[in-house]
Design a protein around this ligand. Structure first.
Ligand code: NAD
Length: 264
């Protein structure tokens, strides 16, 4: 299947590792021009070098910006070219008992997980409407519909992304701009490797035991009963980024291994 992505330009927030990096790789392999992003210049350069080895013919560049720092986001926006595809992927997660989550952390999670996508969409959405073509995706999570008791702040931000995504889609009526949310389930990214280590430390078990226990106790409804690979998430995102997905909009698309126990 030709995904018709040649000539399209994509920006992916938080793409120096994990799901974002895998999305960058797939889009490059499909011929899109890709702009990656991470917090530091060094990490961006490192990720570009890695991608150049994997996809030597890929058209890739990068821009560093920390989405918890509004001045850096403003500078980023001033320097980015127009994009056809916006993937709001940057996100943070950390298990923490509810009573220990301070106001500052609630604000930080809101700014990185929600406001990052809001700020980018506020800038790119009118441009997409003006040229009557665009793709915006919010990488939410099944945690947005199954709020994890070990990180309620994270779940809350992921629900909010679903609301922003659907609300924005309402503003696209009759155009060729689509807005969708993607709901990955537990996925083996670098960030999740750290998360499993933290669970292991707090339960005083090995990371392998913590991983098994995670599916037994925290995500028993998983039909996969394993972490998805980052490539499995990127495959869906790449399809939704393509012109071929033109009738898919306003949707919350699960790629969660069946964890969220509802049919639609
Ligand atoms: P990760 O920690 O492996 O990667 C996150 C990326 O975001 C990194 O490139 C990091 O540099 C970047 N990032 C973090 N904070 C940033 C900031 N302030 N400014 C700019 N960039 C920043 O995580 P991941 O597992 O690949 O997660 C990516 C997205 O997928 C997140 O939004 C996450 O909520 C979502 N998600 C992940 C899972 C999972 O199990 N891995 C499941 C559902 C949803």
């Amino acid at each position: 299947m030709d995904l018709q992505l040649t000539g399209k330009t994509a920006f992916i927030s938080g793409s120096t590792q994990g799901i974002g990096f895998a999305i960058a790789q797939k889009l490059l392999e499909e011929g899109a021009t890709v702009i990656i992003n991470g917090r530091s210049e060094a990490r961006v350069i490192e990720a570009i070098e890695k991608l150049r080895v994997i996809v030597p013919e890929g058209l890739i560049s990068g821009a560093a910006a920390d989405f918890s720092k509004v001045e850096e986001v403003n500078t980023l926006l001033e320097n980015l070219p127009d994009v056809d595809i916006l993937i709001n992927n940057a996100g943070i997660f950390e298990p923490k008992p509810f009573v220990e989550i301070a106001d500052e952390e609630w604000f930080r999670f809101f700014e990185v997980n929600v406001l990052s996508g809001v700020r980018l969409a506020r800038y790119f959405f009118p441009k997409m409407l003006a040229k009557d073509w665009g793709r915006i995706m919010f990488i939410s999570s099944e945690s947005g519909v199954n709020i994890p008791e070990e990180m309620i702040h994270y779940g809350a931000t992921k629900t909010m992304q679903l609301a922003v995504s659907r609300g924005l889609a309402e503003l696209t009526k009759g155009t060729n701009v689509t807005v969708n949310a993607i709901l990955p389930g537990p996925t083996k990214s670098e960030g999740v490797g750290e998360f499993v280590k933290q669970l292991a430390t707090s339960a005083n078990v090995t990371p392998e035991e913590a991983e098994k226990d995670f599916f037994k106790t925290a995500r028993p409804s998983s039909l996969l009963q394993r972490f998805a690979s980052v490539e499995e998430i990127a495959n869906l995102v790449t399809y939704v980024a393509s012109p071929l997905s033109s009738a898919t909009t306003g949707a919350a698309l699960k790629v969660d291994g069946g964890v969220a126990k509802f049919i639609i």
